[in-house]
Design a protein around this ligand. Structure first.
Ligand SMILES: Cc1cc2nc3c(=O)[nH]c(=O)nc-3n(C[C@H](O)[C@H](O)[C@H](O)COP(=O)(O)OP(=O)(O)OC[C@H]3O[C@@H](n4cnc5c(N)ncnc54)[C@H](O)[C@@H]3O)c2cc1C
Length: 392
C-alpha cells in the first residue's frame, strides 16, 4: 500500500476488466488501478460476425478503441495501463510478472508489479480465434497479435470463399451464416452444421424454429443431428474437407468452427481452477482456493466458473466485485452477492441486416425488435459505454 494508495491489479482489459476498473475508481478515490493487457486496444468482438462478413458495414473505429484515453477522468496516480501479458501471480512477493511484447523470449526483462488486490479478468478464447481446426477468425483478441491486421486477413479470406461450412449452430454460427449469406459479391454456398435437430440450443422452441426458417429463406443449407469429426485443410490449395459423424464429407473453400470456449488461464495457479480450467469464485466473486475464499483475489467475466459466458453478464459482475473490493478496503465487510441465476436469460440473434430472432426471459422478440436492439449495427452503439464502464 505504498504512497497511501491501495494497489489493485486488473489482469485483462476487455469488457469485464474495464467494467471493474472504472467502477472501482469511481468508488475508491485512493485506489491505484493498474490494468494489464497485451494490446492497448479494446476490441468490441460482439460485432465480429457483421464486420468479418461485410467489411464495409462497420469501420474499425466502431469496434477498436484506445483504452488509456478513457481513464483521463480520474486523478493523477490513480490509473496506469501496462501493455503486456501476465505470466505469473506470485503470492510470496505479492507481485504479478508481466511480459511485454518487445521482450518475447527474453526472460531477464520481464517486469513485476506489486499488488494489494488482484482481479483476474483474462477471459476466454476460441478454436477459430487460434486457427485450430478452423479458418482463423479473430472472434477474440489474441495476445501480441495486431487485431486490425488479423481482421483484415480474415475479411479477405471470407471475401474470396464461395463455399463456406460453419460447424456449430449456436448464436455465433447462426449470426455468421446470416451475415455471410448477405455478403457482397457472388452468392456463397453456406452450410451450417447443427449437432441436434434444432438451432440455438437453450432458446425457446419458437426462436429455434424461426432461426431455421430465416436461414432457409437465405438459402443456407442446414445439416442437422450431425457433428464435425474432423476438418482437414489441404496445405497446398488451402481448401477444406469436413468429415461428419455420419462418415459423409463436405468440400469447402473455408471451414469455420463456432464451437468451444477455452479459458485464458496459463498464468493462474492450478489451485484456483475447476476441472474444466475456469476460476472458482464465491458469491462475492472472491477466488476460492482449496475451499477457502481469498481476501486479496477476485475474478470477473468469462474466466469465472459461472456457466453463462456472455457480455450481458460482465457489467454486473464488475460492479459487484468493485463494491466488494471497496468494502474490503474500508473494512466494512462484504456487501454484495452475485448469482448468475438472478440475471435474466436472453438471446438476441440477428439473421442478416434486417431481421432475426430471440427472447427476453419468456418473451419472444419480433424480427424488427432484433434489428432495432442489435441487427442494425451489432451493438456497436453500446461499445463506448462498455469501454467507459457506463453499463449498469
Ligand atoms: C464472436 C463472439 C460474439 C459474441 N457475441 C455476444 C453477444 O452478442 N452477447 C453476449 O452477451 N455475449 C457475446 N459473446 C460473449 C462475450 O464476448 C464474452 O462473454 C465477453 O467477451 C467476456 O468478456 P471478458 O472481459 O470476461 O473476457 P474477454 O473478452 O475474453 O477478454 C479477456 C481479456 O484478457 C486479456 N488477457 C488474457 N490473458 C491475459 C494475461 N495473461 N495477461 C493480461 N491480459 C490477458 C485478453 O487479451 C483480453 O483482452 C460473444 C463472443 C464471441 C466470441
Amino acid at each position: 500500500m505504498s504512497s497511501g494508495r491501495v494497489s489493485v491489479i486488473v489482469i485483462g482489459a476487455s469488457h469485464a476488466g474495464l467494467a471493474f476498473s472504472h467502477k472501482l475508481l469511481r468508488l475508491v478515490p485512493n485506489a491505484s488501478v493498474t490494468l494489464i493487457n497485451p494490446s492497448s486496444a479494446y476490441y468490441f468482438n460482439i460485432a465480429a460476425p457483421r464486420f468479418l462478413a461485410k467489411p464495409e458495414s462497420l469501420p474499425p473505429s466502431k469496434y477498436l478503441f484506445t483504452i488509456r484515453d478513457t481513464f483521463d477522468e480520474y486523478p493523477n496516480g490513480s490509473f496506469a495501463f501496462v501493455a503486456g501479458l501476465v505470466t505469473k501471480i506470485d503470492y510470496s512477493t505479492k507481485t504479478v510478472l508481466v511480459r511485454s511484447e518487445k521482450n518475447v523470449g527474453d526472460e531477464s526483462s520481464v517486469s513485476s508489479v506489486a499488488f494489494d488486490y488482484v482481479v483476474i479478468a483474462s477471459g476466454s478464447t476460441t478454436p477459430a480465434t487460434l486457427g485450430q481446426g478452423s479458418l482463423k477468425l479473430p472472434f477474440k483478441a489474441t495476445a501480441f497479435e495486431d487485431t486490425q491486421r488479423a481482421i483484415y486477413e480474415a475479411q479477405e479470406k471470407l471475401r474470396a470463399a464461395s463455399r463456406v461450412v460453419i460447424g456449430g449452430a449456436g448464436p455465433l454460427g447462426v449470426e455468421l451464416a446470416g451475415e455471410l449469406a448477405e455478403a457482397p459479391g457472388p452468392k456463397k454456398v453456406i452450410t451450417l452444421i447443427s449437432k441436434t435437430d434444432s438451432l440455438l440450443e437453450g432458446a425457446t422452441e419458437t426462436v429455434q424454429r424461426t432461426a431455421g426458417l430465416l436461414l432457409q429463406r437465405k438459402d443456407v443449407d442446414i445439416v442437422r443431428n450431425v457433428t464435425v469429426d474432423r476438418a482437414d485443410q489441404n496445405p497446398v490449395t488451402g481448401n477444406w474437407t469436413i468429415v461428419l459423424s455420419t462418415g459423409q464429407t463436405i468440400a469447402a473453400d473455408e471451414y469455420i468452427s463456432t464451437t468451444g470456449v477455452i479459458p485464458n488461464n496459463e498464468f493462474i495457479p492450478k489451485s484456483f481452477l475447476d476441472r474444466d480450467g475456469w476460476v472458482n469464485v464465491d458469491q462475492y466473486l472472491r477466488v476460492v482456493e482449496n475451499e477457502t475464499s481469498r481476501d486479496d483475489t477476485y475474478a470477473v467475466g468469462d474466466i469465472t466458473c459461472h456457466p453463462y459466458r456472455l457480455l450481458s453478464r460482465v457489467s454486473l459482475q464488475g460492479a459487484i466485485a468493485a463494491a466488494n473490493v471497496s468494502a474490503s478496503i474500508s473494512r466494512k465487510g462484504y456487501l454484495t452477492t452475485y448469482s448468475s441465476e438472478s440475471q435474466k436469460k436472453m438471446m438476441v440473434v440477428p439473421v442478416g441486416q434486417s431481421t432475426g430472432t430471440g427472447h427476453l426471459g419468456g418473451w419472444t422478440l419480433w424480427g424488427c425488435l432484433v434489428w432495432f436492439f442489435k441487427g442494425k449495427d451489432f451493438l456497436t452503439y453500446e461499445a463506448p459505454k462498455f469501454l467507459r464502464g457506463k453499463i449498469q
